[in-house]
Design a protein around this ligand. Structure first.
Ligand SMILES: Nc1ncnc2c1ncn2[C@@H]1O[C@H](COP(=O)(O)OP(=O)(O)OP(=O)(O)O)[C@@H](O)[C@H]1O
Ligand SMILES: [Mg+2]
Ligand SMILES: [Zn+2]
Length: 231
């Protein structure tokens, strides 16, 4: 099997074999580890665009960015599941568009996966779309398996919560998901553009009340990184 790089070119170091011949025999090429990492990201549903985004590549442009990265590092360091008396608190990352919330959430998720934990990323509007799709009989994904997988994983990232107003059907499923993680003391990282008050209007007070208890709130400072053309 040939080893390809992100650009879909054959790796120049091993010429596609995945191993390099040395005086001590064949050793795995670094592209092999990269490939395995990418496979793990894909099965965690991390979007390709964020494969290269890490906490290291998050630039400190202001003092509060330093605190955000400190929180992120501390979260990773103290991350644990199945520790009833010391559950890891989740994070609610909030702020305007383009301020780096998804970047940081995924940066954390990747490091937690690298520590050997299971992790899953869902963009919330996409999750809702999937759930709505399962209502039509013509699809083979079933609603329970989507929700169970998200309830069970060690670290769940719910990106862009409150982006749209949701139907009662979707709100019920979201409640089952959040409440499942709440009851099992499993940490969730949530990103949103909304205030808690606005979230209450979008997804209802019962869900927001649980999120407030489960998550530490971290504000991202203003300034759309996308518009600054730094990216
Ligand atoms: N401080 C930073 N250092 C490096 N890159 C950054 C920083 N802040 C944002 N970016 C980059 O800017 C782009 C937008 O960031 P991101 O997608 O994380 O924003 P967001 O807060 O999730 O926005 P939205 O609310 O619109 O989803 C990404 O490509 C991200 O990697
Ligand atoms: Mg985002
Ligand atoms: Zn190689």
């Amino acid at each position: 099997m040939s080893r390809r790089q992100k650009t879909n070119q054959i790796c120049p170091k091993c010429e596609g074999w995945g191993y390099i011949q040395t005086d001590h025999g064949a050793v795995p090429c670094e592209c092999l580890a990269e490939l395995r990492r990418e496979e793990a990201y894909k099965s965690a549903r991390i979007p390709t665009r964020y494969f290269s985004k890490t906490l290291e590549s998050f630039r400190i442009l202001e003092q509060s960015h330093r605190q955000i990265i400190e929180f992120a590092r501390n979260f990773i360091k103290t991350f644990r599941v199945n520790a009833p008396h010391q559950p890891t608190k989740g994070l609610l990352l909030y702020g305007k568009e383009g301020t780096g919330k998804t970047h940081v959430a995924i940066g954390i998720l990747k490091e937690v996966i690298a520590k050997g934990y299971r992790g899953l990323y869902w963009n919330v509007p996409e999750l809702f779309l999937e759930l709505r799709r399962t209502m039509s009989n013509s699809v083979d994904v079933d609603e329970a398996s989507i929700i169970d997988e998200a309830v069970d994983t060690d670290l769940l990232v719910l990106d862009d919560l409150g982006a749209e107003k949701v139907s009662d059907y979707v709100m019920d499923r979201l409640y089952v998901l959040i409440n499942g993680r709440y009851e099992n003391d499993l940490p969730t990282i949530i990103t949103t553009n909304r205030s808690l008050e606005e979230l209450r209007g979008q997804i209802g007070p019962r869900i927001v009340s649980r999120i407030s208890e489960m998550c530490l709130r971290i504000e991202f400072p203003q300034g759309d990184y996308r518009l600054r053309h730094l990216d």
